[in-house]
Design a protein around this ligand. Sequence first.
Ligand SMILES: [Zn+2]
Length: 358
Amino acid sequence: MMALEYDENIVVIDAGLMFPEEEMLGVDLVLPDVTYLAERKEKVLGFLLTHGHEDHVGALPYILPKVNAPIYGSRLTLGFIKNKLREHKLVEQADLREVKAGDVVELGPFKTEFIHVAHSIPDTTALAIETPVGMVVHSGDFKMDQTPVDMRPTDMARLSHFGDHGVMLLMSDSTNAERDGFTPSERTIGEAFQELFGQCPGRIIISTFASNIYRIQQALNTAARYKRKVAVIGRSMVNNLTIAQELGYIQMPGDIMIKVQDINKEPDEKLVILSSGSQGEPLSALTRIAAQEHPQVKLKSGDTVILSATPIPGNEELVSRTINNCYKHGARVFYSARNRVHASGHASREELKLMLNL
Ligand SMILES: [Zn+2]
């Protein structure tokens, strides 16, 4: 979360939350301190959102009661937020305003253009904010994926346009800032799925971030190619898939979905289970499956578990425990430390340099 202030005007960029670190016992969520904004709430002209990840929008339900201003974001971003606000009974109070890449929003002295960037969730944007003292470009989370699943690479032409006209302040960073080279394309994971599915004798259980719509789409496509049916388990996975499908961000490759209660009617070699819990969260579907505590899915030999995610720092132990449990119950496990089953959504060093050069 970040705020730009000029005279009597404030715009807020993103409103994310953090998950507690291991030593924060009893803490569920870490929220930004908005005292400064709450004390000046009549000056806040709007929230400008870059994308729908929790660490960028997750704090909104907690902030809106204190600072209520129009919320600008792309269609999928607002789709996810609306669902969250509904859970908090705040959707009526929220003033959600949909924007798309290329749109310009004028709020007091701030004129903001939304620029498309590739990331691990569709509809992600960077922001070019014209201010009275100069141009501010906020890259948000991005990668320079040349072959993204939706074939919409980062809009380098537009970024370079602003570069040519002079940028006073570039705000750009990446969790992969220490990683050399370029982050692999999201599309490589579809290829990896294609290869892996061919080697799986029985059921395939895939877990990824529930917001990674591209990954889910690639899993669905591969399942369809192998004539496997797909059941989805885990609340976040079911919710996000429903929203993304309603808004047109997921295309179902034919009639492949089945209800989780029907999984035993399908032969093992014709089944994929798409599960939430890629971070080993204690009550999540995959964790319960791995511990043989899930009411509908019990692991058995012949099963393959694909953990298509990396542990967020701090979650390593939980994820390792899940992997160990899967092995213990006879499943084969493919995970990012050993297999090419995950590609990050964040820029590596060469991509950060490219952003600087643009
Ligand atoms: Zn993100």
